[in-house]
Design a protein around this ligand. Sequence first.
Ligand code: ATP
Length: 317
Amino acid sequence: MILTITLNPSMDYIYHIDHFNLGKQNRFNTPTKMPGGKGINASRTIASLNTEVLAFIFLGGTNGKIIYKELQKEKFSNYHIKIEEESRNAITIMHDNETHTEIVEKGPLISEEKKIETFNSILEIISANHINIVSVNGSVNSENEFFYNELLEVLRTKINHEIIILMDVSKEKLKNIVNKSKYRPDFIKPNLFEFGELYDKEITEKSEVIEMLKLHNIDIPYVLVSCGGDGAVAKMKNKIYDVSIPSIQLVNPTGSGDATVGGVAYSFENHFSDEEILRQAMACGVANAMESGVGVVSQENVNAISKQITIKEVHSF
Ligand code: ATP
């Protein structure tokens, strides 16, 4: 079984409109609604691939109750910790030829007491279920600056068996993990923008990612920099690869990064080779972009796309 950790789940609403009028009234059809948050989306992908996954989440208030009710319809199980604050909403508007605008609320602050309860629950879940893949996905409140560093230390020092840790986090949280943490995750997945933020640089091209990866040789075994419709650049242990994807009929790319991480977790669970990991990860990201739902992939699309992924080695350390 795979464990995903989402401290900031949301109720997601996805709207479609031909043209979005900023500063004017916009009328929409009924949105696609589903529980979201990066780990929930990744869990949905993993469950679509018929693999057992448990989503650890925080839930609070009326929205928390709605998310809980909606989660009962999913193909994965969940474990939740109750919080005082209201769980958030996240709105995606698909408009004007493949543009998407997101409105995302800030997450709750985690108290010292809640943090200890969280760490203890996670340790219990991992031991009780013999989990060896843990995926930490998404944001925490900016005031909980070193929460993920502490979680990483707890996971690396308090579990008696080997676990693979995936971290899909961004901004200061990613900087703190990459630059300041003694304990290392096995995998990170910044997108182009987030990778640039890591070095306070605007990065827009794959070639720039390759140069930065060569220059910094981050001491995390797997670094996958996802580049939207351009595929990805990945450092897999001592090699850097340029990964290209086929063109598709785009429906909604929101959550493609989460589906990518879901694909990686699935690959580690199945002991895939580095090349197979890249194929599966990219196929899940692309398959998600072909669906309206977030984190939703069809096994058939994943199988077909994985054969169309091109992987080119561009550097060896
Ligand atoms: P999100 O935050 O919405 O989950 P992200 O910004 O983390 O996404 P992206 O880089 O946009 O992640 O996408 C991850 C992967 O999904 C890409 O590497 C690619 O394989 C696939 N993908 C994303 N956008 C598209 C697209 N427009 N067409 C085809 N595939 C896409």
